[in-house]
Design a protein around this ligand. Structure first.
Ligand SMILES: O=P(O)(O)OC[C@H]1O[C@H](O)[C@H](O)[C@@H](O)[C@@H]1O
Length: 615
C-alpha cells in the first residue's frame, strides 16, 4: 500500500482525463465488483491503520514529512507563510500548514480542480447542476442577483429581499401588530422547520442575535411532543405576541406539519387567531403555501426551487428570522458575496474554498477515511459544526458517483466548541484512534473594545482561550494529527456570511473532486418512506385491536393474532414495538404479560370505537 501521492503518481491504470490520484481506494474499488459500504469502510480503516503503522516507503513519506517539519521549526514557519491565505477585506485567514500535503499532491490534483472550477462556473451560469432532480443550483445568486441567468430570477430575488426587509421593519417598529397582545407588538418568534429549514437560522441566531433582540427566537425542529410542549410552555402568555414562522421548502415535511398543527392547537386553546400571527416560507403552491393562502396568514415568502434546503440561509429562510432579531442581513449577504468572489479564483492556493477542499481530500484520502472535527473557539459559534453537519454530510454522503459507480462517499463532521471540548474528548483526539482531522475556527477579537481586563498580570480571559486553541493545535500536530485553522477578526454578520459562503463553496468543489452530485439527498427518502409504512401498519393494528375490544366480552389478542389479523405476520417485531409505544402512551391496555416478554403479551385498546370500525 502506498500513500496517495505515491501510488497515484506512479499508477499506470489511471484514466487519461483524471490522471492524478485515482487514490488507493479507487484502485481497490476497480478490483471489487460494487464493494459494500462495510467493505469501503474497512478499506478506509486499512488505509488509516497503514498510515499509522506501515513501514512501506510511501506511507512513511507522509508521516516523516510531518515529523520532519515538527522537528524543524524554520521549515514549518516557511510552510506556514507560504500557504497562509488572507482575505484582507474580510479579515479572514486560512492556515493549512498543519495539513501535510506535498507539492506533488497539489500538482496531481490540479486537473481535478480545473474541472471543479469549470463545473462551478457552469453552475453559476444556470446549468442543471443537480442532474437527478433536473434543477439549477442558484444559492450564489441570492447574494449577487446580477449573476442569475434570467432577469425574472433576478427580480424575484430582489423583490423577496425587499419584502423581507420591509416586513421585518414593520414588525420590529410595531406597524404590524399582533391582534390581541397587551404588549402591542410582536416580542417572540417561534420558528417551525427542520433540517435546512432550521439549522441555518439556529446557527445565525446563536452567532449574531444581540443580547436584547427586538424579537427573541425559539425553534420547534422536531415532532417530539414533549419538546413542542416545552417551547409553547416557555412562551406562556407571550404566545399572544409570538410571530410563528413556518419554514419548509417542500411544504410537506411531516415534522414541520405536526409542529404547525400543535402550535395551531395551542393558539385555539389560548383563544388566539393563528392566521393573524402566522408566516409561511415555502415554495409557491406547496401544501403549506396553499394552507397559508386559504387561511389568510399574515404573510408568505417564497422559497425558490433552485435553492436547496441546506444552502438556504441567504434566502428568506434565513434572512427573515435574522432581520427580525435585528441582525444586519445585508451585511451577511455582503460577506457571502465577497467570499464568493474570492472563491472564483482558479489558482488553488488563492482560492479559500479550494484550499479547504484540497485539505479535505488529502486528510480523508478522498473517501472520508477521516472525520472532520470542527472546533470554533467562540461560544457564539457553537452551532457551526451542527450546521456544517447537514451542509457537508447531506451533500457528500452519497452511494453513487456521477457515473453511477457505487462509491459510498462521505465526510463525517462533528464538534462543539473549544476549549469546552478539550475537557471532553480531546484526550482521544490527541492519543486515541487516528480517524480525524481538525478545523479550528479562531476569532481574534475576544470582546467588544473597552470591556477587557487582566485577570492576572498581562493575561485576559480571552488570552486563555487563545492559548487553549494554540496549545491544542500544537499538541495534536506533534502527534501527527492534522488541522486547518480558519481565523476571522470578529463574529459579525459579514464574517458569518463569509463563513457560510466559504463552506458552501468548499462542499461544491469537493463534490466535484470526488465526482458526486452534492445537491440531492436520495437517501433521506428511504427513512421517510419506512416511517410512513410504520404509521400505516399502526392504523391497521389499531383497527384490529378496536374490533377485538368491541366484542362481548373484550378479546385481548396475542401479538401473533394481531399480526395475522393485520395480514402482516412478517411485521410482528414492528407490531410489538407499536404496541409497546401505544401502551406507554395509554392507547393500548396490556391484559397479560409485559412488553419485555413479547410472547407473553395479550393486548386490547380498552375502548370500543364503533365509528372507527365502520370507517
Ligand atoms: O424544507 P423542507 O422541505 O421541510 O425540508 C427539510 C429537510 O428535509 C429533508 O429531510 C431534506 O433531506 C433536507 O435537506 C431538508 O432541509
Amino acid at each position: 500500500m502506498a500513500s496517495i501521492s505515491g501510488i497515484c503518481s506512479s499508477s499506470p491504470s489511471l484514466k487519461p482525463q483524471k490522471p492524478l490520484l485515482r487514490p488507493i481506494h479507487s484502485l481497490r474499488r476497480d478490483s471489487l465488483a460494487f464493494p459494500t459500504r462495510s467493505r469501503t469502510q474497512s478499506v478506509a480503516r486499512e488505509i488509516s491503520a497503514e498510515l499509522l503503522s506501515s513501514s512501506k516507503p510511501e506511507i512513511l513519506k507522509k508521516k516523516e514529512k510531518i515529523e520532519a517539519l515538527e522537528k524543524d521549526p524554520r521549515a514549518l514557519w516557511r510552510r506556514y507563510v507560504d500557504w497562509l491565505y488572507q482575505h484582507k477585506d474580510l479579515g479572514l485567514f486560512i492556515d493549512v500548514s498543519r495539513v501535510g500535503f506535498s507539492d506533488e499532491f497539489v500538482a496531481e490534483m490540479e486537473p481535478r480542480f480545473v474541472d471543479a472550477f469549470r463545473a462551478m462556473e457552469e453552475l453559476e451560469r444556470g446549468a442543471i447542476a443537480n442532474p437527478d432532480e433536473g434543477r439549477m443550483v442558484g444559492h450564489y445568486w441570492l447574494r449577487n442577483p446580477m449573476l442569475a441567468p434570467k432577469s425574472l430570477l433576478r427580480t424575484q430575488i430582489e423583490s423577496t429581499l425587499d419584502a423581507v426587509c420591509s416586513f421585518a421593519n414593520d414588525v420590529v417598529s410595531g406597524k404590524i401588530k399582533p391582534p390581541s397582545s397587551p404588549e402591542g407588538r410582536f416580542t417572540q418568534i417561534l420558528s417551525v422547520g427542520i433540517g435546512g429549514s432550521a439549522l441555518g437560522p439556529q446557527f445565525v441566531a446563536e452567532a449574531l442575535a444581540p443580547d436584547n433582540p427586538p424579537l427573541k427566537i425559539r425553534f420547534i425542529d422536531n415532532t417530539d411532543p414533549a419538546g413542542i410542549d416545552h417551547q409553547i410552555a416557555q412562551l406562556g402568555d407571550e404566545l399572544a405576541s409570538t410571530l410563528v414562522i413556518v419554514i419548509s421548502k417542500s411544504g410537506g415535511t411531516p415534522e414541520t406539519r405536526n409542529g404547525l398543527l400543535e402550535v395551531q392547537k395551542a393558539f385555539r386553546e389560548a383563544g388566539l387567531e393563528f392566521a393573524k400571527q402566522g408566516v409561511a416560507i415555502t415554495q409557491e403552491n406547496s401544501l403549506l403555501d396553499k394552507t397559508a393562502r386559504i387561511e389568510g396568514w399574515l404573510a408568505r415568502f417564497p422559497m425558490f426551487d433552485w435553492v436547496g434546503g441546506r444552502t438556504s440561509e441567504m434566502s428568506a429562510v434565513g434572512l427573515l428570522p435574522a432581520a427580525l432579531q435585528g441582525i444586519d442581513i445585508r451585511e451577511m449577504l455582503a460577506g457571502a458575496s465577497i467570499m464568493d468572489e474570492a472563491n472564483r479564483t482558479t489558482v488553488v492556493r488563492n482560492n479559500p474554498a479550494a484550499l479547504l477542499a484540497l485539505c479535505w481530500y488529502w486528510a480523508s484520502d478522498g473517501i472520508g477515511s477521516k472525520d472532520m472535527v470542527v472546533l470554533p473557539y467562540k461560544d457564539s459559534l457553537l452551532l457551526f459544526s451542527r450546521y456544517l453537519q447537514q451542509l457537508v454530510m447531506e451533500s457528500i454522503g452519497k452511494e453513487f458517483d456521477l457515473d453511477g459507480n457505487r462509491v459510498n462517499q462521505g465526510l463525517t463532521v462533528y464538534g462543539n466548541k473549544g476549549s469546552t471540548d478539550q475537557h471532553a474528548y480531546i484526550q482521544q483526539l490527541r492519543e486515541g484512534v487516528h480517524n480525524f482531522f481538525v478545523t479550528f475556527i479562531e476569532v481574534l477579537r475576544d470582546r467588544p473594545p473597552g470591556h477587557d481586563w487582566e485577570l492576572e498580570p498581562g493575561v485576559t480571559c480571552g488570552d486563555y482561550l487563545f492559548g487553549m486553541l494554540q496549545g491544542t493545535r500544537s499538541a495534536l500536530y506533534s502527534n501527527n494529527r492534522e488541522s486547518i485553522t480558519v481565523t476571522v477578526q470578529e463574529v459579525t454578520p459579514r464574517s458569518v456570511g463569509a463563513l457560510i459562503a466559504l463552506y458552501e463553496r468548499a462542499v461544491g468543489i469537493y463534490a466535484s473532486l470526488v465526482n458526486i452530485n452534492a445537491y440531492h439527498q436520495p437517501g433521506v427518502e428511504a427513512g421517510k418512506k419506512a416511517a410512513g409504512e410504520v404509521l400505516a401498519l399502526q392504523k391497521r393494528v389499531l383497527t384490529v385491536l378496536n374490533e377485538a375490544s368491541c366484542k362481548e366480552p373484550v378479546e385481548p389478542l396475542t401479538l401473533e393474532e394481531v399480526a395475522e389479523r393485520c395480514h402482516a405476520p412478517e411485521d410482528i417485531e414492528m407490531i410489538h414495538k407499536i404496541v409497546a409505544h401505544m401502551a406507554a402512551n395509554d392507547r393500548a391496555i396490556i391484559a397479560e404479560g409485559s412488553c419485555g416478554s413479547p410472547r407473553s403479551l395479550k393486548v386490547f385498546t380498552g375502548e370500543c370505537n364503533v365509528d372507527e370500525l365502520f370507517a
